[in-house]
Design a protein around this ligand. Structure first.
Ligand code: COA
Length: 288
């Protein structure tokens, strides 16, 4: 679900909340980070959309720029967060075209379902490299701007490392690292005025992640969430606006879970535990 002008009229935020600010968003063409960016742009920010795929990244930047009359939204395609120099090029383009960076959303991520027996060492590394090393690289490349502008960082994490989620060893390990990274950055960078927080979304309706990863029906998943519905992309965007706003100026080193209290009930995949997992792990090992 994309946002439109009604977000300004029916939201809790003032329209020019982020006037003069620039947000740099890795994974900005993906569903969750795109709507986070839409909210910030509707509330006055300019934005750099950073992604691997040129067509998708260019299209997202053009569409988001139409949300506000004087919005400047640029595309930084062909950027691989696993390579710090690749992000440095995107940062240089952002400064040249938008003048500064105040906020960073480290949202680029990779995911697929794989049991331990079929998860190769390289597959594990790919996800850790994108999610964790990519998050580190994103802050590394934007650090000078964040320091200059006393900026704020927001990592997009998950809740699945709060307990053991089958078929998500690689992502759980990577996201646990992301949370640790944010906490340490909050402590190290606090004295120079930079805040660092994490948003941990639960199941978000209409996302590629949910389509690919949900192993039960949507209605079945909803009944297992205390608030009895999936998250919307707007739910994540609202929390993002709060964490970047002056209302959160004393909030750093936190993880804001936005999941309707779902994680307190444990793994959503417990229906298939342990039969399927036992079967998978008893198969002849095919991956190293
Ligand atoms: N099950 C098991 N292993 C898988 C897999 C799956 N479904 N998909 C990929 N892999 C493995 C590959 O086999 C490869 O391992 P190998 O060399 O041992 O065979 C390894 O992961 C890397 O795959 P590759 O496609 O070369 O990596 P990539 O860097 O191009 O892609 C991924 C990264 C794997 C994370 C890919 O899924 C991706 O690009 N995702 C981006 C989109 C996305 O996941 N968004 C998040 C939605 S929540």
């Amino acid at each position: 679900m994309s946002l439109d002008q009604t977000f300004i009229t029916n939201s809790s935020w003032k329209p020019d909340l982020f006037k003069g600010k620039v947000v740099f968003v890795t994974g900005g063409a993906g569903t969750i980070c795109r709507v986070q960016t839409e909210a910030l742009v509707l509330l006055g920010a300019n934005a750099a959309i950073v992604g691997r795929n040129k067509e998708k990244t260019d299209a997202a930047a053009i569409e988001i720029s139409k949300l506000r009359k004087d919005a400047k939204v640029i595309s930084c395609p062909n950027t691989d967060v696993r390579k710090v120099q690749s992000i440095v090029e995107a940062v240089n383009k952002t400064i040249k075209e938008l003048g500064r960076i105040d906020f960073v959303i480290a949202g680029a991520a990779g995911n697929f379902l794989a049991d331990f027996n079929h998860l190769s060492s390289n597959a594990f590394k790919s996800v850790v490299d994108i999610d964790l090393l990519g998050s580190f690289n994103t802050v590394k490349a934007t650090f000078v701007e964040l320091r200059k502008n006393k900026g704020a960082i927001l990592f997009v994490s998950a809740t699945l490392h709060y307990y053991g989620v089958p078929f998500q060893i690689h992502v759980g390990a990577a996201k646990a690292g992301v949370d640790a990274l944010s906490n340490a950055l909050a402590v190290e960078l606090g004295p120079i005025g930079i805040r660092s927080n994490v948003i941990a979304p639960g199941l978000v309706d209409g996302t590629e992640g949910m389509d690919r990863l949900l192993t039960t029906s949507k209605s079945n998943a909803q009944t297992k969430i205390p608030l009895q519905r999936l998250a919307t992309t707007r739910d994540i965007a609202e929390a993002t606006v709060f964490l970047f706003s002056p209302a959160a100026s004393y909030i750093t080193g936190t993880v804001q879970v936005v999941d309707g209290a779902a994680w307190h009930l444990g793994s959503t995949k417990k229906d298939e535990y342990p039969v399927l997992i036992k079967q998978k792990n008893e198969e002849t090992v095919t991956k190293l």
